[in-house]
Design a protein around this ligand. Structure first.
Ligand SMILES: [Fe+2]
Length: 391
């Protein structure tokens, strides 16, 4: 069968210190008269919403605020947001926040352009999304998810206790990603660590998975370099603007590596487990899984793992290919500990849940494409290792 690979990104990427001050100009350039800002109460409390609305007020621009976003956004919230958007007569969107706010903004856009409710758009072949979302400007306030450039929205189905994916098409992509590293200066160390490690997980999983191709490899490698060099600094010095800038870029590059493909076992595990305990934060939980998953995976793609070790600043001179590949695993485990990612027990999981967690991970679509073949037993083995590390 003929396979043609493609890489597509519909999003204009803009970045700079204070970039958020250009928001009114950006929205006007998109032809918007009444955008809806999608954000969460934490962003409002932190004063970041005001950073977005101030330029709009100065420009005397009309807008509507939907600030009800919660972590791991459920279907009901997306549908509610879409009804609010329609009822208020909005003509475009601003996503402001972490991955949940940006994903919800994208998902609301899908309904605004395609009708129905978000459950109608769970990824399937043929693609249920037919029309491009309305103009959307995504402004991340963390440096990790890369949602501002990915072509996915991850939504929680509370009834099925799973997270499902909407997208996998350029039709869901933000129109503009506006990266302002100043917005991340106030992030607490634990959030910096968890989100930054998520960016690393995107880059490493996408670099080593079956969907990898030269263009995604190139952005993934630089994302890995940046996280390895700057995450510890951003964690230790929240005010360090260079580290924040580089981490913002790393998150975007990791998101580009993701594109419209899937990641691998760490994301299959974190996404499926996140459906069981909806309060589990995606970033740090994925981070805790990444090292053990790499420990399992490195045998499948030794050259690529050796290259990851190099990108992480490891000295691999004089080592065999296999030793060099293992260096990548060690480097990630060390970084995970250095930025104080909690162990799995701290997220509320217990060892008796391993068979269940392994089963739902095995059923997750991101299992496909992992660099080493996976079975139910292999997921159980990885989970046992993850628990063992926390004892
Ligand atoms: Fe992620």
């Amino acid at each position: 069968m003929l396979t043609i690979r493609s890489f597509e990104i519909p999003t204009v990427m803009k970045h700079g210190l204070g970039a958020i001050n250009a928001l009114a100009d950006e929205l006007r350039a998109l032809g918007l008269k009444r955008p809806m800002i999608v954000t969460d109460p934490g962003i409002v409390k932190a004063g970041l919403l005001e950073r977005a609305t101030r330029p709009l007020d100065i420009a005397k621009m009309d807008y509507v605020i939907f600030d009800q976003i919660v972590p791991n956004p459920p279907t009901t919230l997306v549908d509610e947001g879409a009804a609010f958007y329609a009822g208020e007569g909005c003509d475009g969107l601003v996503g402001l926040g972490g991955g949940s706010a940006l994903d919800t903004a994208k998902a609301i856009g899908v309904i605004a352009s395609n009708g129905g409710q978000i459950l109608d758009y769970e990824w399937a072949d043929p693609q249920p999304i037919k029309h491009r979302i309305p103009p959307l400007v995504c402004i991340p306030t963390t440096a990790g998810t890369g949602s501002e450039v990915t072509l996915w929205a991850v939504i929680t189905d509370s009834e099925r206790k799973i997270k499902f994916n909407v997208g996998g098409t350029a039709l869901i992509g933000a129109w503009v990603a506006l990266l302002d590293p100043e917005l991340t200066l106030g992030l607490p160390p634990a959030v910096t660590a968890g989100t930054g490690m998520d960016a690393l997980a995107h880059a490493i999983e996408c670099y080593t998975c079956a969907y990898a191709q030269p263009i995604s490899d190139s952005v993934a490698l630089l994302a890995i370099e940046y996280v390895a060099r700057y995450l510890r600094v951003a964690f230790a010095q929240g005010h360090n603007i260079e580290a924040r800038y580089k981490m913002s870029q790393a998150a975007m590059l990791g998101g580009l590596a993701y594109g419209k493909e899937s990641a691998g076992a760490a994301h299959a595990m974190s996404q499926s487990a996140g459906g069981v305990l909806p309060n589990v934060p995606h970033g740090p939980f994925t981070a805790r899984l990444l090292g053990p998953v790499m420990e399992y995976n490195f045998k499948g793609e030794p050259e690529k793992f050796a290259r990851i070790a190099l990108a992480m600043g490891e000295d691999i001179r004089g080592l065999s290919l296999w030793q060099a590949a293992e260096k990548a695993v060690e480097a990630v485990l060390r970084l995970t500990d250095d930025v104080e990612i909690p162990h799995i027990q701290a997220f509320g999981f217990t060892e008796d849940q391993i068979p269940m967690l392994a089963r739902i991970a095995f059923e997750d679509p991101q299992t496909i494409g992992n660099p080493r073949d996976l079975s139910l037993a292999s997921y159980e083995k990885i989970y046992r290792r993850v628990f063992e590390m926390g004892t």
